[in-house]
Design a protein around this ligand. Structure first.
Ligand SMILES: Nc1nc2c(ncn2[C@@H]2O[C@H](COP(=O)(O)OP(=O)(O)O)[C@@H](O)[C@H]2O)c(=O)[nH]1
Ligand SMILES: [Mg+2]
Length: 189
């Protein structure tokens, strides 16, 4: 199975013309602010606070590129639903992210993170409808499963068969996520 041997922060991108041009496959991580994107990436990388996490969501609109084993990228996208963003920042977010998601050929998959404790939030639905409308494939990932009881987790899995469930705290779901990435990489070769 795919093992993470080496992770490198490459750069933060603020505009489409600064995206890497080397053609490597990339996996985007997207979701509401605070859903656990950065924590999940750290868990995947086996690194502590390598991808910045915080209780206070940052409002900078940047795509953060991490190279894994020199063979693909993981991209930390700025979260949606960040209430303190100004209208101008919100518009910047929308323009950059929507353009990225609809035009980026290197995208091997989009991990759409959902908080396993919460019912589907309106902005999650909006993002899914946007992706569906543009026929862009994505993979839902339920986060923070350590906060669920065994029974709640069983119900979640029953309602969403085959879906990825992860905990950045316990490392649950890491192998499945790596397997998923490996499958996508071998399809896109
Ligand atoms: N219990 C638990 N807390 C988590 C988990 N993942 C993230 N968190 C917490 O949720 C908050 C937001 O996490 P972060 O990774 O910064 O979310 P992001 O805004 O989506 O990047 C932080 O306080 C994390 O410690 C998880 O799997 N389990
Ligand atoms: Mg983050």
């Amino acid at each position: 199975m795919l093992t993470v041997k080496n992770v490198e922060f490459i750069k933060s991108v603020a505009s489409a013309d600064a995206l890497p041009a080397d053609g490597l496959a990339e996996f985007a991580f997207i979701g509401r602010s605070n859903v656990g994107k950065s924590s999940l990436m750290n868990m995947l990388f086996n690194r502590r606070n390598f991808v910045k996490t915080s209780k206070k969501p940052g409002k900078t609109v940047l795509l953060n590129y991490f190279s894994v084993n020199g063979s693909f990228y993981c991209v930390d996208l700025p979260g949606y639903g960040f209430a303190q963003r100004s209208a101008a920042e919100q518009q910047l977010w929308q323009r950059l992210i929507e353009r990225y998601l609809t035009t980026r050929k290197e995208l091997a998959d989009i991990f759409l993170l959902l908080d396993s404790r919460l019912p589907r939030q309106a902005n999650d639905t909006q993002m899914m409808e946007f992706l569906d409308f543009h026929k862009i494939r994505y993979t839902p990932v339920f986060t923070k499963t350590d906060k669920l009881s065994r029974n709640e987790l069983a119900v979640l899995k029953q309602k969403n068969p085959g879906v990825l469930t992860v905990s950045a705290v316990t490392g649950a779901g890491r192998d499945e996520l790596l397997q998923h990435i490996e499958n996508r990489l071998s399809f896109s070769e």
